[in-house]
Ligand binder design. Structure first.
Ligand SMILES: [Zn+2]
Ligand SMILES: [Zn+2]
Length: 245
């Protein structure tokens, strides 16, 4: 069985009372968490999901709503779960330094604890396939705040291929990079074209025919996206939504 559980589907600001980005991919051989926003612990608890299900955390980029939940994920694994299995944290270049700095700034420095489980950091270079235990991933650079080292992901789990945009504005290569996926989880922060580093419903409606994928589900929804009642031909993610693959 392969399924994607949407743990958090809001923009950075929790619009609509939803949680920040986090998606659990349950693959035949384990679990991969795609992004780990600051509200991930709340989401896992609300949905009754054990941290122990997660073998690997894949970070799309270094914004708080995508990786800010990692320090307390690790702390919970240690002190609530008595975890012994390794946690692998994978992300764009500099991932280890970024996570360590964030953890320290938030008061839970990684080197301050005698961990009951190994923590492995691994960088994902753009365009190269990586085997990560339960999944295989390939990262691609996106059009988003450059200092956050933004990437999207193509994740293969069993026979299924899931593409995830991470955060991005429009760039012409996007349809080619996700082509052939069974599911494309695509950010759509705004209704109308505006801030250049996020996608809009307006742009996606105009380019829907360019995307060669199975289901296309919109996520990372901002306030104006949440207030719509008609999304045309698009599916919309929500916290707790389970997508069977
Ligand atoms: Zn974001
Ligand atoms: Zn971002």
């Amino acid at each position: 069985m392969t399924e994607l559980v949407c743990i958090g589907t809001s923009d950075a600001f929790g619009s609509g009372g939803r949680r920040q980005s986090a998606y659990l991919l349950r693959a035949p051989n384990g679990g991969a968490l795609l992004d780990c926003g600051q509200t991930t612990g709340t989401g896992l608890a609300a949905l009754g999901i054990s941290r122990d299900e997660i073998d690997v955390i894949v970070v799309s980029h270094f914004h708080a709503d995508h990786f800010g939940g990692i320090p307390l994920f690790l702390l919970g694994a240690q002190y609530q779960d008595d975890r012994t299995r390794p946690v692998r944290i994978v992300g764009p270049p500099d991932v280890e330094a970024r996570v360590r700095r964030a953890a320290e700034a938030l008061g839970h420095g990684i080197e301050e604890h005698d961990w009951s489980f190994p923590i492995h950091f691994q960088e994902m270079p753009s365009g190269a396939d990586m085997e990560l235990g339960p999944v295989r991933i390939r990262a691609f650079a996106t059009h988003h705040s450059p200092e956050a080292n933004p990437h999207g992901l193509v994740v293969t789990a069993g026979t299924q291929r899931i593409a995830y945009s991470g955060d991005t504005g429009w760039f012409d290569n996007l349809p080619r990079l996700i082509a052939g996926s069974d599911l494309f989880l695509c950010e759509c922060t705004q209704v109308h074209r505006g801030y250049e580093y996020h996608l809009s419903l307006e742009e996606l409606a105009g380019t829907r025919g360019d995307f060669d994928c199975g289901r296309l589900v919109l996520t990372h929804l901002g306030e104006d996206m949440r207030s719509l009642t008609d999304y045309g031909s698009f599916e919309i993610a929500d916290d707790g939504l389970v997508i069977k693959l």
